[in-house]
Design a protein around this ligand. Structure first.
Ligand SMILES: *Cc1c(COP(=O)(O)O)cnc(C)c1O
Length: 225
């Protein structure tokens, strides 16, 4: 299995246009699998559990850029604040507050994406467009000095219906443009749309993704979530 990782990565990277970056989702996968990808010049990795992320950060090369892609509890921000490169899953003012304060303690600015609920299926996490607008309008939000908003993230419905996936990604792209023109027009760093996983990243790219999060197509199927 392990020797396939380099090959899988190459195959995927061939399909990515220049403006699209790849986050290799390494959740549940062991250090040697990550190292194989790392030695094939993959430096961005995504994890969805704080404990696992911290452990991997501590044991793996320090120039890896770690992405937190899963739901993040407010009380756990402190464990990743010193090193996390980008938090994809921000969906509340409480979480922003924790990120800003922990980033300040670590003397750094933490990059974030707002997670938007774009799937028609019932999912627990993510903001509606209106909730995002309400949050961006808060005076408190405007005062955070240790947070850098790089864009939006979303997950499509788990389905085989391509038109559903396409329209959900299209909605995220459209919302990104709207939010950008209204709140981040003078900010070139507000530029990322994180969408697309193993089964739908090519559709996501067609719809405007700049950051795809691919796990099983690189590392093989996971035994558990
Ligand atoms: C697990 C996960 C992925 C990667 O899923 P694959 O289908 O294995 O590519 C991407 N994004 C999030 C938020 C995930 O939890």
């Amino acid at each position: 299995m392990a020797q396939n990782i380099t090959h899988n990565l190459k195959n995927i990277k061939k399909k990515l246009p220049d403006h699209v970056n790849l986050v290799a989702v390494s959740k549940t996968k062991p250090a040697d699998a990550i190292l194989e990808a790392y030695h094939s010049e993959q430096f961005d990795f995504g994890e969805n559990k704080v404990q696992e992320l911290v452990y991997k950060y501590e044991t793996l090369p320090k120039d890896i850029r770690w992405h937190m892609i899963g739901h993040l509890q407010t009380n756990k921000v402190k464990y990743i604040a010193s090193f996390v490169y980008l938090i994809h899953s921000v969906d509340s003012i409480r979480l922003l507050r924790a990120i800003d304060s922990e980033a300040e303690k670590n003397n750094r600015v933490i990059n974030i994406l707002f997670q938007l609920k774009i799937a028609s299926e019932d999912t627990k996490f993510g903001l509606s467009k209106q909730q995002l607008i309400d949050l961006l309008e808060l005076d408190e939000f405007k005062k955070f000095e240790h947070i850098k908003v790089l864009g939006l993230m979303g997950m499509a419905t788990f389905t085989d219906e391509i038109h559903t996936i396409k329209s959900e990604f299209g909605y995220l792209k459209k919302t990104f443009e709207e939010i950008k023109s209204r709140y981040f027009n003078d900010d070139p760093e507000f530029s990322e749309i994180s969408m697309g996983m193993s089964d739908d990243y090519l559709i996501a790219i067609e719809e405007g993704s700049t950051l795809v999060r691919v796990g099983s197509n690189i590392f093989g199927e996971r035994n558990y979530v």
